[in-house]
Write a protein that binds this ligand. Structure first.
Ligand SMILES: Nc1ncnc2c1ncn2[C@@H]1O[C@H](COP(=O)(O)OP(=O)(O)OP(=O)(O)O)[C@@H](O)[C@H]1O
Ligand SMILES: [Mg+2]
Length: 511
């Protein structure tokens, strides 16, 4: 019966009972009989008090395969292997391999965990039940545990019928498997978790059931869930590396018309730190940009704009006063200048279009993905962060509140240095005193600040000119910025004032 008819029937019955009771007829026997029926009905296997007939765990029908998932080669391999072990027992029995009972996918949001589980279902052709941690949470004690029991009961039945086994996928498993005793209403949570542990222990060697869990908070899971014999394998599904990003971009652009100037490997390089979900959204936003321009193909510019949108949010309508915009321009050019001086070829764009919290933005992309930073690299980043404020000081004689975020970032980086034993304090204990920590952070920042203040002085003219250009155009691409800087460096050796004549110098380059 469809949901709407159910609601009409329930509403109609209540109205009828009310009408009869108003007419002086005793309706209590009917109320008790119907209430009793619903109560006992809900305790029948496969039904529950709150949910409908199937309750938790829907058989999923998706067309996603491992081919649709970019990067994540390790996760794919581990998952395929676990599926082979769990569901092809004859082959593994030769070596006496115990089938795996559970596999836990853990990693940051949007990296493809849910996608991997869906692909797993199609890989084996086994029955696939999909549930989410929150579906087990109810305020009524015992309901969660019962839903777990029902879910596994159904998995067993399907595995027997299907012959190819069953996969139970529980997404967002941290809701269900948080460390016991932590919740205020912990009795209900603990019961549900205990039931899951019992069910996983109960998966016998002749039952072809594999449990796949997915979480992005592995740190809060109860240790009992993680021990071998329950989730035997913990597979890290991390942010994709450069090749992974390229693969994901290729997957999501395969059905989209791209202009000739779109270079996906360059895009993959620039999207450092993006998850699969970010990349999917990037491609979609780029296509929307092309649609807004009434174009038939997606251009590089569409991707560039989309990148900023995905990182910072939609462009804001607000129009700051001219004076403020000029300051933002000078500030951003300061960052870009230092970015280029410290790490040539790292700036990919500079803009003063306000988005989200940012008034302007310099996008830098590392030459390659990095997982470790040396002391010199951290100091470089601190200097780039401080350069915005110091270029304001150089041009306007004062700083502004626009540098607050930069200073927080610089102190975070300095703190990382101190904790990693890269400061003058040497290796430090974790519980380093707050005063000592602060004074060391200030020392690092002040030292770098003085360095930036000195080094930026000869570039005053350059900053002002590029800031004016930026004010006019709102955005400069990295290559253009480098070109202008190179010309400036060449001509400034002769005489900076020459540039104002507009012969072949910066003026020409800028206009
Ligand atoms: N590796 C990938 N390859 C292709 N597309 C991806 C990949 N990772 C993520 N995506 C895209 O991002 C979307 C979200 O991914 P998914 O739901 O699998 O993330 P998740 O890891 O489960 O995130 P969460 O932890 O927030 O649940 C997918 O629908 C897909 O479009
Ligand atoms: Mg997910």
């Amino acid at each position: 019966m469809s949901k709407i008819w159910k609601e009409v029937l329930i509403g109609g019955s209540i109205a009828a009972l009310f009408f009869l009771s108003q007419a002086g007829i005793n309706v209590w026997p009917a109320v008790v009989a119907v209430g009793g029926f619903i109560f006992f009905y809900s305790f029948m296997p496969g039904r529950d008090l709150i949910g409908s007939k199937l309750g938790v765990g829907k058989p999923a029908a998706s067309k996603i395969t491992f081919m649709d998932i970019g990067g994540q080669e390790v996760a794919k391999r581990e998952l395929k292997e676990a599926l082979d072990f769990a569901l092809n027992k004859e082959r593994t029995a030769v070596l006496g391999i115990r089938p795996l009972k559970g596999i836990l996918l853990s990693g940051p949001p949007g990296t493809g965990k849910t996608l991997l589980a869906k692909a797993a279902a199609n890989y084996t052709g086994s029955a696939f039940l999909h549930a989410s941690g929150s579906e087990f949470v109810e305020m009524y004690a015992g309901v969660g545990a019962k839903r777990i029991r029902d879910l596994f009961e159904r998995a067993r039945t399907l595995a027997r019928e299907n012959k190819k086994g069953a996969v139970v996928f529980i997404d967002e498993i941290e809701v269900l498997c948080g460390a016991r005793g932590r919740h205020a209403s912990h009795l209900e949570y603990d019961q549900t978790l205990n039931q899951l542990l019992v069910e996983m222990d109960g998966i016998g060697s002749n039952e072809e059931i594999l449990v796949i869990g997915a979480t992005n908070r592995i740190d809060i899971l109860d240790p009992a869930v993680l021990r071998p014999g329950r989730f035997d394998r913990i597979v890290r599904v991390d942010l994709p590396d450069r090749d992974g990003r390229l693969h994901i971009l290729k997957i999501h652009t395969q059905d989209k018309p791209l202009a000739d100037d779109v270079d996906l490997s360059k895009l993959a390089k620039e999207c450092y730190g993006f998850s699969g979900a970010h990349l999917e959204s990037l491609v979609n936003e780029a296509a929307i940009n092309a649609h807004r321009r009434n174009e038939k193909e997606i251009s590089w510019q569409d991707f560039s704009d989309a990148q900023e949108k995905v990182m910072l949010g939609e462009k804001l309508d607000r129009k700051p006063p001219e004076e403020e915009l000029k300051r933002v321009s000078v500030h951003e050019v300061g960052h870009a200048l230092f970015g280029e001086l410290e790490k040539p070829h790292s700036v990919s764009s500079v803009t003063i279009v306000p988005r989200g919290q940012a008034l302007g933005f310099v996008r830098q992309s590392p030459a390659e993905d990095k997982y470790l930073y040396t002391k010199e690299e951290l100091l470089e980043q601190i200097r780039v962060a401080l350069a915005g404020a110091f270029s304001e000081e150089l041009v306007f004689g004062s700083m502004s509140t626009g540098s607050q975020n930069d200073f927080s970032q610089a102190s975070r980086l300095a703190k990382t240095m101190v904790m990693a034993g890269l400061s003058s304090l040497g290796i430090v204990a974790e519980e380093l005193g707050q005063t000592e920590m602060n004074s060391e952070i200030m020392k690092i920042i002040n030292e770098q600040g003085s360095f930036v203040r000195e080094k930026i002085k000869p570039y005053k003219d350059f900053i002002q000119k590029i800031a004016d250009y930026l004010l006019d155009k709102e955005r400069i691409e990295g290559d253009r910025f480098r070109d202008l800087l190179e010309r400036y460096l060449q001509y400034s050796e002769i005489d900076v004032s020459d540039l104002q004549t507009g012969s072949a110098g910066l003026q020409a380059a800028v206009s």
